[in-house]
Design a protein around this ligand. Structure first.
Ligand SMILES: Nc1ncnc2c1ncn2[C@@H]1O[C@H](COP(=O)(O)OP(=O)(O)O)[C@@H](O)[C@H]1O
Ligand SMILES: [Mg+2]
Length: 637
């Protein structure tokens, strides 16, 4: 539990003079403990993450729910009790009329009243328990589902996270899980419960009178089914249209509001007005449509109920006339039974309507399950072997042996590349955009595995090492540094959460942003926003360098990490790099030749391989691609 952070208020912590009181007063300790005991214990979750996939079965409703079988049966039993107790009512009405009112026996009436009351008490009591129980069960299922999907997302490797998938992923995590939520919280249990209820009711009706029940089943039920099916299909379409129109409305509002300056400038107000009026009109039409459909359905079902009642009264009249109580005093049809029967008609239609609604819910829940199954069956492109070993004390000696690579989607990006980077050396990758510089760096950091050939660090084949030990000793600074929601300090110590404040300050000094941070009113505690919009892009890059510095990785990859820095900060970046790279193996991908030429060696990546390799002076002397690039760059300075 989370209790560790504060003092359980014993006398020692609360009675020291002059110290702020930070404990729980002794008299409240019991209550606090009780409250804490009620809180769900989520502490095991952080330990649950592993690169291995524990449950390899395809995700279906059945495999997902089977661990909760007993609890679901419990919920169902509670629901069954409620429904049965509710059905006692109409039966008691029959008894009251036939045995109480008609023979004039007041005692029976009293007993019936007492029985009715008792059944209501049972219903109220059991319902309360059931709602709490099913509510919690549903929440528990949702909780496990969300954590499971999220854990799976954490496990997938970088290849999965290309741009186009982000939006789809978000909808898996929100609307699909939401669609399942309804089904799991109440739907499934209700589906079975309504079926049971229908069977109970038909049983009671049959016990009253078989002919009358057949009239109800054969004459009225098909109409009700057809009407409900029609309503569900049509209204589903209607609600979808409403949702679409709302999205359009919001999009139009958003666009006009953010473009207001241009709209005023170019006098587009009138045009804009007309356009928005159309959008609002469409929204209104869509809403009117669903309202119309609902009203038709409601009055239709009411009409059907009344019509059925009339038919049943008429048929019941003839059955009563025919009935001969003297022949069969027990099983005969009675006035009380007819009244109870008619009483049950409305209750008979209810589960039919609900079942149709639940069937729809079940369908969309199932569609969500299928989509989640697809997601959960994605396998990480980079797999950790079960017997993977750790790289201890990485020195940073990197070797690529005849490495070839292609993304799923296309032509080979790299073919037969061999390269040795000795521990502590720095190397720059230069070359045209799309040549494969980032790809090469991703192979070295094992975000992908090569198709052919091997990547070795300190002689360990990366395919055989544990991902955690590898990534803990590698640092990657990307072109677009991502800042998480939190303070500057939290962002800097992201890779090493246990870093002390003085470590953070040291890192800031090393990359030369300490002045900038100290100028901020809240210093290191200044909040950052997701994309760090409050910081300039150069400052963000320096923060990302500080983040890499504090992790003290043995191998550092800078992928265009210094390209957004303005001319003024150029010297700051160089200062930062000198400190950052000291003694580390470093791979620097840089457009900026001023940065690239400072590395111990330079590799020109082009046409799927390493075209030139050597120090700055060697490559200039060679007079090849790099020399031309350098001369062009120099002439522009
Ligand atoms: N995730 C990806 N899926 C498919 N193709 C990719 C992916 N990432 C990069 N590529 C392609 O691989 C080639 C090399 O890309 P990259 O290594 O990023 O080049 P560089 O960093 O040298 O500009 C390019 O043609 C690029 O379009
Ligand atoms: Mg790149």
């Amino acid at each position: 539990m989370w209790g560790g952070g504060y003092h359980r208020g014993g006398p020692s912590s609360s009675s020291q003079p002059g110290l702020p009181f930070a404990g729980i007063p002794p008299e409240m300790a019991d209550k606090a403990a009780a409250l804490e005991a009620e809180e769900p214990d989520f502490s095991n979750v952080s330990e649950a993450f592993s690169h291995q996939i524990d449950d390899d079965r395809p995700f279906t409703l059945w495999t997902f729910l089977s661990p909760y079988k007993m609890r679901m049966l419990g919920a169902l039993a509670l629901l069954g009790i409620t429904e049965l107790a509710l059905l006692v009512g109409p039966y008691l009405v029959k008894v009251a009329i036939d045995d109480g009112i008609i023979p004039g026996n007041f005692d029976v009436l009293l007993w019936v009243a007492a029985g009715y009351l008792a059944s209501l008490v049972v219903v109220a009591g059991v319902s309360t328990v059931r709602m709490r129980y099913t509510g919690r069960l549903g929440q528990l299922l949702m909780y496990h589902l969300r954590v499971r999907v999220f854990a799976h997302l954490q496990r997938l490797s970088l290849d999965f996270y290309t741009e186009e998938k982000a939006g789809r992923l978000l909808s898996r995590m929100t609307s699909d899980i939401e669609a399942l939520s309804n089904l799991l919280q109440t739907g499934l249990i209700n589906l079975v419960a309504q079926l049971l209820k229908l069977i109970f009711i038909i049983g009671i009706l049959l016990s009253f009178n078989v002919e009358l029940t057949l009239v109800l089943l054969l004459a009225a039920t098909p109409f009700m089914l057809a009407m409900t099916l029609w309503f569900r299909t049509v209204s589903e379409r209607g609600y979808e249209a409403v949702r679409d129109r709302i999205a359009e409305l919001l999009a139009d509002l958003q666009e006009s509001l953010s473009g207001m300056r241009l709209i005023i400038f170019y006098n587009r107000m009138k045009h804009n007005m007309i356009h928005h009026r159309n959008v609002v009109g469409d929204h209104q039409d869509a809403n009117n449509y669903t309202a119309k459909v609902s009203s038709v359905y409601q009055s239709g079902t009411q009409f059907l109920e009344i019509a059925t009642t009339i038919v049943l009264l008429v048929v019941g009249y003839f059955i009563l006339l025919d009935a001969n109580p003297t022949l069969d005093p027990e099983g005969a049809f009675t006035i009380g039974a007819l009244i109870a029967f008619i009483n049950l008609v409305a209750r008979f239609f209810q589960p039919i309507q609900q079942l149709v609604a639940l069937y729809n819910e079940f369908q969309s829940g199932n569609a969500a399950v299928a989509k989640l199954r697809d997601l959960l069956s994605e396998r990480p492109g980079v797999v950790e072997k079960p017997d993977a070993h750790e790289i201890e004390d990485m020195q940073g000696d990197i070797e690529l042996q005849n490495v070839s690579f292609a993304y799923d989607t296309g032509d080979p990006v790299l073919s037969d590349v061999s390269l040795r980077i000795r521990a502590g050396q720095s190397i720059s990758f230069v070359g045209p955009t799309g040549a494969g510089k980032s790809t090469l760096a991703k192979l070295i950091t094992r975000f992908y595995d090569p198709i052919k050939g091997d990547v070795l660090i300190d002689g360990h084949n990366l395919r055989d090492v544990s991902l955690d030990s590898l990534h803990a000793q590698l640092g990657v600074v990307p072109q677009e540094p991502f800042l998480f929601h939190g303070s500057i300090k939290d962002n800097i110590r992201f890779a090493r959460p246990d870093a002390s404040d003085s470590d953070v300050i040291e890192a800031c000094k090393a990359v030369g942003i300490i002045d900038m941070i100290e100028r901020l009113p809240r210093g290191l505690d200044t909040p950052c926003h997701e994309r760090g919009s409050s910081l300039s892009s150069g400052e963000r890059q320096l923060l990302a360098l500080a983040r890499a510095f504090i992790a003290k990785p043995r191998v550092l990859v800078l992928d265009e990490a210094t390209s957004n820095v303005d001319q003024q900060s150029e010297s700051r970046i160089e200062f930062a790099l000198d400190n950052l790279l000291g003694g580390r193996t470093a791979i620097i991908i840089a457009h900026r030749l001023a940065t690239a030429m400072r590395a111990d060696s330079i590799a020109v990546i082009n046409e799927g391989g390493i075209m030139e390799l050597g120090s700055h002076d060697e490559l200039i002397a060679k007079g090849g691609y790099y020399a031309v690039m350098f001369r062009t760059w120099e002439s522009q300075q």
